[in-house]
Design a protein around this ligand. Structure first.
Ligand code: SD4
Length: 302
């Protein structure tokens, strides 16, 4: 249980993202503004190769970004497969605020962003290009479990992952954001769970919110984040709801599940939070008035 306001987010790098969200929350700001501000931090981090600029490209060398955002009123916005724009979460916010639609994809998302004042720029960094060229030698697509928290091949820097963030503001309103460059070296045009409302993120202001990280295909198949929120509605604690959603994935495809990571993170209306993952090594960050940079090891099936 946590005091309100509170913000939680996936992986170790959630600490820095939470700090930016906290700037908004601690001044009495809205949860939706907090999660947008928070998600922008890893998007701009050049050491982070799975969110925003410097994200690893797809197998054809294109960096394509996915993001979504959802507020306490059920408003939501998303972009998928968007190129050349460095803050997909803010474009998703504008889709929500300024269009009659929920999701824009590919070139349409890019054009909309440019109309809204974003600059088109190259998102592939020399480092990400080098990793891609290295990958091309074998060209084998196999997501690495917890690549997010492992020192990566070049430079010993950390390769963090999708950020999923959930916040409750001082009025008790819940919002969430999720942003990623998707699975490294995916097929061109592949969209994961992260920009899909109900899969990578879901918020219901009566109940709570949930977000996910890991192999998006399995999350989409199970409408993961919506499932977690619905389980909390039925009385499950955040951790138990995440655990049940993980169990569904394992039950449907036990052999696949052994080889992959999927983690869920959830918070309920009371500010209780919890997480569960298929594999060990999943972490999440919590920030409220008592703890600014708490890092919690999520429980896991294996
Ligand atoms: C996706 N869920 O595109 C995202 C990426 C991720 O660990 O979280 N990777 O499937």
């Amino acid at each position: 249980k946590s005091t309100l306001p509170v913000v939680i987010s996936t992986w170790d790098f959630g600490i820095a993202a939470n700090a930016a969200a906290w700037e908004v929350l601690s001044k009495g700001g809205r949860a939706i503004d907090a999660v947008e501000a928070g998600a922008r931090i890893p998007e701009a981090d050049l050491k982070n190769h799975s969110v925003g600029r410097a994200g690893y490209p797809d197998r054809d060398g294109f960096v394509t970004l996915d993001a979504c955002i959802m507020d306490e009123l059920g408003n939501c916005g998303a972009v998928a497969g968007m190129e050349d724009i460095d803050h997909p979460i803010s474009v998703a916010r504008l889709v929500m605020d300024k269009t009659p639609h929920v999701m824009l994809v590919g070139d349409g998302a890019r054009q909309f962003a440019i109309q809204q004042g974003f600059k088109a720029q190259k998102l592939l960094t020399p480092e990400s290009e080098k990793a891609w060229k290295q990958w091309l030698k074998k060209a084998e697509y196999k997501p690495i479990i917890n690549i997010e928290n492992q020192p990566q091949m070049q430079g010993g820097q950390y390769n963090h992952d999708t950020i999923g963030m959930l916040a409750i503001d001082s009025k008790g309103n819940i919002s969430g954001a999720c942003t990623t460059s998707g699975m490294a070296f995916k097929m061109h045009g592949r969209v994961g769970d992260s920009p899909i409302i109900g899969a990578g993120l879901y918020v219901d202001n009566e109940v709570g919110g949930a977000t996910s990280t890991g192999v998006g295909e399995e999350v989409i198949r199970n409408v993961g984040s919506f499932l977690v929120v619905e389980l909390m509605r039925q009385g499950y604690s955040p951790e138990d709801a995440c655990k049940e959603a993980v169990n569904r994935i394992i039950k449907k495809k036990p052999e696949t599940a052994k080889e992959i990571q999927v983690g869920f993170l959830a918070i309920n209306k009371k500010g209780e939070y919890g997480a569960y993952a298929i594999q060990g090594g999943f972490s999440y960050a919590v920030c409220n008035s008592e703890k600014k940079d708490l890092l919690i090891k999520g429980k896991s099936h294996y």
